[in-house]
Design a protein around this ligand. Structure first.
Ligand code: SF4
Ligand code: FE
Length: 485
């Protein structure tokens, strides 16, 4: 692995020059700009863990392509054990950063593309897998961060990719040249894109024969000509941009993953980096696999966040002198119960994983969808309980400027103090942490990341084997099977 430490990762980002806009201006260095630096530090934790003895085994793997040691984030799952190690790693990273560390998007993209490309080659006699493996070995050896690019803007949702008035609403091939393809369009919700090295582009949905120019997979460096990113706003980001520390709640790491719009204006991709071109019947499969891998993650990374939140309210109740109240203990117990229930889903869909024809392992898709669906409820319930336990003081909490003020600082300290042996600053810091982890963008991410709740419900219904369940019921009820039912 060329990039071994978090500081080497940061240096590697300073050596590339992607085009990034934020609030109408260009960001020239993502590692120092206040809007992006916290996200860089969160992603850097994926590098840092690999060099710690305690986490080395979780954070690294042996490449099945080269036999060399690689970051787990660049690995193709070779067993159920790999799937389980992945979710264990994500929970630890959630606990260490309290936020999205972004690198799983590319990780899941690599795994979804690997098994899909194998099946395309088998069906059509194409040579995509050789190309993909060459690219993947490069990613593994250099230890690069890859961002998976899936969600297209979609324009008029009642129309398919090829029926849009503006064809750019779905990323598409505008030209096939001797040496490669030229693509145009945009991808949304690009978690971690601004601090990634490479993009892995995939289709956004299942496609039919009319969509040959939309059904492709390719990779491209983040700073390739024609690529620009527009970094999104987040709740309370002006506090972060002013470089305030306490008021930001979680000064070291971002509140969410750091989302960007990725614009592709006539970007050239050499054939060497094209891994699917027009095989429309496989577009749905790569989306299905990517979504299931990513939905499996949420019961782990978000559980890490819930662990932090549970710790935060427990400490706050100690500061406020309410820790011994039976209702407090009961609510904290419920927070733990909900977190562990979610984690069970992540472990379950990994333990029930199966090999694909490529040999790479796939999670159980039904359980992965149930896992993510539960995140959209349980994380909100955990956040609600945290806000309930924290009490109303967060809504009235004065700013860090008032805390430091010569005129009113002593009043803030006096009237926001709790039990006598814990500094008032601890109460304020923990309050801000809870505010940051339960408000605005952080919860939107939990609801809509890896697909909105309805997307999981569609999959749960589709994979629910209702005819099998009808048979179970009819058998037990003594109803014989007839041709019509
Ligand atoms: Fe990884 Fe979770 Fe962030 Fe998705 S939301 S990239 S699974 S940390
Ligand atoms: Fe996400």
């Amino acid at each position: 692995m060329k990039i071994k430490t978090s500081s080497e990762y940061i240096a590697s980002l300073q050596a590339i020059h992607p085009v990034i806009y934020y609030k109408g201006e260009k960001i020239t260095d993502v590692t120092t700009h206040p809007a992006t630096a916290p996200h860089v530090r969160a992603a850097a934790m994926t590098y840092a863990l690999a060099s710690q003895d305690k986490y080395h085994e979780l954070a690294t793997a042996t490449s099945h392509l080269t036999g060399r040691e690689i970051s787990r984030f660049t690995h193709v799952h070779q067993s159920i054990e790999d799937l389980i190690k992945k979710v264990k790693l994500l929970r630890v990273l959630g606990q260490k950063t309290g936020t999205c560390f972004q690198r799983c998007v590319g990780f899941d993209g690599i795994n979804a593309v690997y098994s899909t490309v194998y099946e395309i080659d088998k069906k059509y006699g194409t040579q995509y897998m050789d190309r993909f493996k060459r690219w993947l070995i490069h990613i593994q050896d250099e230890n690069l961060m890859v961002v998976g690019a899936m969600t297209d803007p979609k324009g008029d949702r009642s129309k398919g990719p090829a029926e849009q008035a503006d064809p750019d609403q779905y990323v598409h091939i505008i030209k096939r040249r001797k040496d490669g393809i030229v693509i145009r369009g945009a991808k949304l919700h690009m978690t971690g894109a601004v601090n990634s090295h490479e993009i892995l582009l995939m289709p956004t949905t299942a496609m039919n024969e009319t969509c040959k120019d939309y059904a492709f997979i390719c990779s491209v460096p983040i700073d390739a000509p024609g690529i620009a990113m527009i970094f999104g706003r987040q709740a309370n980001d002006s506090r972060r941009d002013m470089k305030e520390t306490i008021d930001v709640g979680k000064p070291s790491f971002g509140i969410v993953g750091g989302e960007a719009v990725l614009v592709l204006e006539d970007v050239f991709i050499p054939w060497e980096n094209v891994y699917m071109d027009g095989e429309t019947d496989f577009a749905g499969l790569v989306v299905h696999r990517f979504a299931a891998y990513h939905r499996a993650n949420y019961g782990a990374c978000k559980t890490g966040l819930m662990d932090v939140l549970t710790g935060a309210v427990t400490y706050l109740s100690q500061i406020q002198g309410t820790a011994k109240g039976s209702h407090v203990r009961d609510k904290v117990t419920e927070m733990i119960h909900l977190s562990e229930t979610l984690y069970s889903s992540s472990i379950a869909c990994s333990a029930e994983g199966v090999p694909t024809p490529s040999g790479a392992y796939m999670v159980d898709t039904m359980l992965a969808n149930v896992c993510k669906q539960n995140v959209t409820r349980f994380h909100f319930e955990v956040a609600r309980l945290a806000v309930d336990l924290a009490g109303g003081f967060i809504a009235t909490l004065p700013s860090e400027y008032d805390l430091r003020s010569d005129e009113v600082g002593h009043l803030v300290k006096k009237y926001f103090s709790g039990v006598s042996d814990i500094p008032v600053e601890d109460r304020i810091k923990i309050g801000r942490l809870i505010e940051a982890m339960t408000g605005g963008t952080a919860m939107v991410e939990s609801m809509h990341g890896a697909g909105s709740p309805q997307a999981q419900r569609i999959m749960i219904f589709r994979e629910g084997d209702l005819s099998g369940k009808i048979t179970m019921a009819k058998t037990l009820a003594g109803i014989s099977s007839r041709k019509n039912g």
